[in-house]
Design a binder for this molecule. Structure first.
Ligand code: NAP
Length: 550
């Protein structure tokens, strides 16, 4: 089983001991956080990064077909106008290596690498009440003391590796998609099994099927997929976007999900069949997230409306997949459309028409029982395999934070505090853990948005907050328990108005055995735009809901 990467680059910077701030993680968020605190506020800062390079998600997820599914012209930093003008994306949805090249370019452009400690994993993050400082320790023996800690660990970075009986006995090779070997995997002439049919598998399966001799897909829950419609972007469109970036950036910051998309302000139940079919065809033709995030406004709230929209997608699956039995297995039946993360596909359904591809569905063929030395036993039948690909996802949002060994006031452990689910005021700070910020943490919009938009908003808010602290000679800022409880109640109240809690999604923590069933991100009624305004208001009112002490 391969779950670690094969890096050879040495870690490049020595550990500092006394700092102003420690940032954990050198992905999109950690890199911008470093630039902001170091270059705007002149602070002494280091980033601790487990990988041997920058990029976070784009460093680790190197599986075949990995690419972003936010349009590239807005899946990037927007804080630097020159960078926006100069960088050229090759496609609508660039591949992982291109996004990683972009982040490498940013790291060099802003001279970030000298302040990043690579190849070190944080094991302990402990607060000392007397000095008001945190001590962060790594698996390589570093001990760094700092007034502020900013967890920029990403929402989807702790693996979900199912505890299959016999996994260790497998004589072939097994890989989790998020720990893919840097020199790739050769599937030529191999019998491959892919476990999972989430956004990762939907990207990987068509690619693997082109190389493998035989591919068996083990599906637990089918997904509704919509075409990505990736490709080159018309140079005239790119030129127009570059000329209009100020407006675009303003639009996405004020938008619902961080995209240039908005719902159709109408109930689908008030439309004629012809009218809605034309809208569905348009969104289907556009590809991308329009079908999910710019559909009729009652889709997320009303089961009947949702059924009408889902029916269009079901018809598309039946029209594409030639074997009606396979098509039925691929059609979701247990949850409302859109309540699980929308995968964007390129030839996903078509792949099941290929003679070398077989679908094993847990509910009709039987679930995976165990891994044998020669394959996977599911529904009483053994599927012989040379390679197993685990596209089984992540312990989302709380997993990466729980892994940091965080102990706040009175030695309270964050992992224990969150045993019944996370609570975090604005998704930014947790009561009892002063001066610890969580970028795109639980109970903030994070994964329900175009991530760079939410990342930049959090980084800028935290930078202004720390600036405020320093200018006013304040020692600590901490979420007040009551404000935190009210925020958690607000997060729950809003999501309970929607169909989202009905799905066994990773948004609900339902993919991890034993994880409490709680909606992890924040679905604000006015989206990321409304959430941004709320955070700005809180700051303008002297950090309302936070306790600040001298
Ligand atoms: P995921 O959506 O959680 O999918 C994991 C798959 O593995 C699901 O089909 C799940 O089934 C299955 N699974 C999990 N545990 C299993 C078990 N014990 N036995 C059998 N099947 C099991 O994970 P992901 O596909 O890696 O995607 C996670 C998120 O990453 C996405 O939702 C998206 O936010 C992000 N992502 C983004 C991109 C992009 O931007 N381009 C690409 C890939 C991923 P169930 O559905 O039944 O749980």
């Amino acid at each position: 089983m391969t779950t670690s990467t094969q890096d050879t680059r040495p870690s490049s910077a020595p550990a500092a001991v006394e700092l102003d701030a420690v940032i954990i993680g050198a992905g999109f968020s950690g890199m911008y956080m470093l630039k902001s605190l170091r270059d705007k506020l002149g602070m002494k800062v280091k980033v601790i990064e487990a990988g041997n390079g920058v990029g976070g998600t784009w460093y680790w997820n190197r599986y075949p077909g990995a690419r972003c599914d936010s349009d590239s012209y807005i899946y990037c930093y927007t804080f630097d106008k020159n960078l926006l003008q100069e960088w050229e994306w090759s496609e609508r949805y660039p591949e992982q290596d291109e996004i990683l090249r972009y982040l490498e370019h940013c790291a060099d452009r802003f001279d970030l690498k000298p302040d990043i400690l690579f190849g070190k994993r944080v094991t302990e993050t402990v607060y000392d009440e007397k000095s008001h400082r945190w001590t962060v320790r790594t698996d390589k023996g570093d001990a760094i003391s700092a007034r502020y800690v900013i967890a920029a660990v990403g929402s989807l970075s702790t693996l979900n590796l199912p505890d299959y009986k016999g996994l260790d006995s497998f004589k072939g090779r097994a890989y989790h998609t998020s720990r893919w070997p840097h020199d790739g995997v050769d599937f030529t002439n191999k019998r491959v099994g892919v476990i999972g049919t989430g956004a990762t598998a939907v990207q990987a399966i068509p690619e693997i099927s082109q190389q493998a001799r035989h591919l068996t897909v083990f599906q637990r829950t089918p997904n509704f997929c919509v075409p990505a419609r990736n490709g080159k972007v018309d140079p005239e469109v790119t030129k127009a976007r570059k000329a209009n970036y100020d407006t675009i950036v303003d639009n996405i910051r004020k938008s619902f999900f961080g995209f240039e998309l908005s719902f159709i302000p109408k109930s689908v139940l008030e439309t004629t069949a012809e009218e809605r079919e034309a809208e569905f065809d348009r969104m289907w033709g556009d590809g991308g997230f329009a079908f999910w995030l710019a559909n009729y406004q009652d889709m997320f709230f009303n089961q009947e409306a949702n059924d009408v929209i889902a029916d269009y997608l079901k018809r598309k699956i039946r029209a594409t997949v030639k074997d009606p039995e396979v098509a039925e297995k691929l059609i979701p039946k247990t949850y409302a459309y859109g309540t699980k993360r929308q995968p964007l596909d390129t030839n996903y359904y078509e792949t099941f028409n290929k003679p070398n591809v077989v679908l094993v569905d847990a509910s009709t063929d039987g679930p995976i029982e165990e891994i044998t030395p020669t394959g996977i036993l599911a529904g009483g039948k053994e599927y012989e395999l040379d390679i197993i690909v685990l596209a089984t996802g992540f312990d989302a949002m709380t997993g990466p934070l729980k892994d940091l060994g965080i102990r706040g006031r009175d030695g309270r452990s964050l992992a224990q505090e969150w045993e019944d689910g996370p609570q975090a005021y604005l998704g930014l700070m947790v009561a009892g853990f002063p001066n610890l910020f969580t970028i795109t943490g639980p109970q903030s919009p994070s994964v329900l948005s175009n991530m760079p938009v939410s990342i930049e908003q959090h980084v800028e808010w935290v930078t202004e907050c720390i600036d405020h602290m320093r200018r006013n000679k304040l020692a600590t800022i901490e979420a007040m328990p009551q404000a935190q409880a009210q925020w958690a109640a607000h997060v729950a109240e809003i999501v309970n108005m929607t169909l989202m809690p009905g799905a066994n999604s990773w948004y609900m923590g339902a993919n991890i055995p034993g994880k409490p069933r709680r909606f992890l991100p924040y679905l604000g009624l006015e989206g990321v735009g409304g959430y941004r305004r709320k955070c700005e208001e809180v700051a303008a009112k002297g950090y309302e809901g936070f306790a600040l002490s001298p």
